[in-house]
Design a protein around this ligand. Structure first.
Ligand code: ACO
Length: 448
């Protein structure tokens, strides 16, 4: 839209004009010559205010066309803040760097869900409740047993999260605060158990039950990797690395999976069903599946010497440089910076990942190349996570699962915020219909 000079005369339509600076947008419809004044609130106009712009009484009214929500705020949120140009991420006002350095995942999850850091007592209670909701119903093991040995763990995770809704019908009571609290404990508590059981199933190994004496990430490592030892003791460096990775993945405002959680939740489905949908959204290679794709790409490149040829293919549009680019970050993803440090700590324990040199060379070339610089394509969170996860012994299929576990706290916070927002309704975008006009039905015998 071409910007127009604010009119000094009274608007011909509604508006909130005032003396001096006016928080409004004047729009002239050149089809009719009419000018409208649209109020600006929090730097945005209300899309429904456009509906008054009509060419005649039969006109439905103006809509905004925004496939993939490139410039549409669908909610007011107070959870995560991102400044993509400056490379800033904050949860409830706290910089991600400070949380990654000083907090734990469970404390961060509390912050994300409650809006404030917990007191010591609140944190202990929170950790107690999460820890005491880690067991899953024995019947869930039967579903898992039904999957093929090579079933993708994300597929198993999505379906078992959905299945939780059948075990906890009280979860339908979504406007009951106590019920929401309980489902929150259950979802955050059981996600690592479901994930670990899916992994153990894929190996044909017996399931390992939660150990309440371990931390959240330590218990997850226990359920994944315990073999014959009587007591599993996680390596403290790996336990902390996983906790940091969980902190970094806890929320990321209105991304594809948060949007799925809100959208499904807006129909008042229970939180397990909505979280299953969010997990499904995360499964795609453009979202949570990207780190798996990064590793495949690095293996396909094969050696540092092959990197320039691969970058050439990227620039010709043949392939994408996975782990690069982001819808919001047009600068270095702050999470990628933190992860790079974590990677070296993990490599100190587990040995250097042989794909690291290839990744570093891709990054070096891309950060200097005009194709990437002009498009503001920088490494995103997934560029290094795959290397870390692989070094820690996770198969690639587990990578998106490792994303889904911590993101659960963000999904629940987004869902709850949506439910309690009086402006929210069932999510229902509009469309611009360009299909066939009305036409008569042709009987089968008459169709050529
Ligand atoms: N490699 C090469 N070129 C790219 C890449 C990439 N990774 N990402 C974007 N581009 C190019 C596009 O081809 C386009 O070029 P053009 O203007 O010449 O057509 C331009 O950069 C803009 O790209 P869009 O696809 O419009 O950007 P969008 O915001 O829609 O996509 C996305 C963001 C999906 C993350 C994209 O950058 C991508 O596919 N990256 C690789 C996958 C990935 O790493 N995903 C993880 C995201 S982080 C997360 O979900 C946790």
């Amino acid at each position: 839209m071409t910007p127009v000079q604010p009119k000094t005369q009274a608007p011909q339509s509604q508006g909130t004009g005032s003396a001096g600076r006016r928080d409004s947008l004047s729009v002239t419809d050149n089809r009719t010559g009419k000018t409208y004044e649209l109020p600006i609130t929090n730097g945005a106009i209300h899309a429904t205010d456009l509906r008054q712009i009509k060419t005649g009484p039969d006109d439905f009214g103006m809509m905004s066309y925004d496939p993939a929500f490139n410039n549409t705020a669908a909610c007011i949120s107070r959870i995560s803040f991102i400044d993509g140009d400056k490379g800033i991420l904050r949860y409830r006002g706290y910089p991600i760097e400070a949380l990654a350095e000083k907090s734990t995942y469970l404390e961060t999850a509390y912050l994300i869900l409650h809006g404030e850091l917990p007191t010591e007592k609140q944190l202990n209670d929170w950790a107690y409740h999460i820890t005491h909701h880690t067991f899953i119903h024995e019947s869930i093991k039967k579903f898992l047993d039904g999957y093929h040995y090579d079933a993708h763990p994300m597929g198993m995770l999505i379906s078992t999260i959905a299945a939780l809704s059948t075990f906890y019908p009280d979860a339908k009571d979504i406007f009951n605060e106590e019920s929401r609290r309980k489902q929150t404990y259950r979802l955050i508590g059981k996600m690592p158990t479901l994930a670990a059981f899916a992994y153990r199933h894929s190996l044909g190994m017996p399931y390992v039950y939660p150990d309440n004496e371990l931390s959240y990430p330590g218990n997850f490592l226990n359920m994944l990797f315990k073999t014959t030892e009587l007591k599993y003791r996680p390596n403290p460096t790996l336990e902390r690395a996983l906790d940091i990775l969980f902190i970094l993945h806890a929320d990321h405002e209105q991304n594809c999976s948060a949007n799925a959680m809100r959208s499904v939740g807006s129909s008042h489905a229970d939180p397990f069903s909505a979280a299953a949908a969010a997990t499904a959204a995360l499964y795609g290679p453009l979202h949570g599946g990207a780190n798996e794709e990064v590793l495949r790409m690095l293996m396909q490149i094969g050696s540092v010497a092959n990197v320039p040829a691969y970058i050439k293919r990227v620039k010709s549009g043949e392939v994408r440089l996975m782990g690069f680019g982001h819808r919001i970050y047009k600068n270095y993803d702050p999470r990628a910076r933190i992860i790079k440090h974590v990677a070296y700590e993990v490599f100190d324990v587990m040995g250097k990942n042989p794909l690291l040199e290839i990744a570093l060379e891709c990054e070096r070339i891309a950060l200097e190349d005009d194709y990437f610089v002009s498009r503001k394509l920088y490494p995103n969170v997934d560029f290094y996570t795959g290397l870390i996860y692989q070094s820690m012994g996770f198969p690639m299929t587990m990578f998106p699962v490792l994303f889904a576990i911590p993101r659960t706290s963000g999904w629940i916070a987004q869902w709850q915020e949506m439910l309690l927002d009086p402006e929210q309704k069932i999510a229902r975008p509009r469309q611009i219909y360009l299909g066939a006009d009305e036409r008569p039905y042709i009987p089968l015998v008459n169709r050529g």
